[in-house]
Design a protein around this ligand. Structure first.
Ligand code: AR6
Length: 182
């Protein structure tokens, strides 16, 4: 299963490279420094260019490192996406440090930032399931449950959320989790 319709809103799953998506905002799975790294973070900074890095530097200069579960917005630079919403996922510690509620907060706070700017279309990667080690089946259930609930009860401007999953195994785990959700 790859699509869920909630009233006039849609949640979709696709396999691909998020840096190529022409949406109002793509979400970055960043770290607290906001200064780049590997994985999807590295790909976004490479594709978007210096404008993103400079804005991140200014944000961290103003407010300090971004705590896990929070989100901030910058330009999309040279990418087709107009904006990047940077959020910091939890590092997986076996499930004993409230990782699920921090992960849920990443999705909710990213969508709240999108709403603040009146954005309509948002694309997410699978936050925390790469370098941060969150088991993908469990992360998928949290991610989809949180976004579906947001679209059902809180969204005003956001009308389409796409999960852009990089590899077939991650896409499969999200497809299974979406089926279990409905
Ligand atoms: N498009 C979509 N998904 C991608 C792409 C892409 N271009 N590239 C990788 N992924 P990760 P995390 C997938 O490690 O676990 C960084 O160094 C990837 O296959 O990017 O939250 C940051 O600076 C995986 O499914 O993010 C942090 O230090 C998913 O994105 C740390 O890693 C997330 O993997 C964050 O770790």
């Amino acid at each position: 299963m790859d699509t869920l319709t909630i009233g006039e809103r849609t949640l979709k799953l696709e396999q691909g490279d998020i840096t190529r998506y022409a949406v109002d905002a793509i979400v970055n799975a960043a770290n607290s420094t906001l200064l780049g790294g590997g994985g999807v973070d590295g790909a976004i900074h490479r594709a978007g260019g210096h404008a993103i890095f400079n804005e991140c530097l200014a944000i961290v200069g103003r407010r300090g490192p971004l705590p896990a579960g929070q989100a901030v917005k910058t330009t999309g630079g040279r990418m087709p996406a107009k904006n990047v919403i940077h959020t910091v996922g939890p590092v997986w510690h076996g499930g004993k440090r409230d990782e699920a509620s921090t992960l849920a907060s990443c999705y909710r706070e990213s969508l709240r930032v999108a709403e603040q700017y009146g954005l309509k279309t948002v694309a997410f990667p699978s936050i925390s399931t790469g370098a941060f080690g969150y088991p993908v089946a469990e992360a998928a259930a949290v991610a989809l449950g949180t976004v579906a609930e947001f679209l059902r009860s809180e969204a005003v401007t956001v009308r389409e959320v796409t999960f852009v999953l990089y590899d077939a195994a991650t896409f499969g785990a999200y497809a299974d989790a979406l089926e279990a959700l409905v």
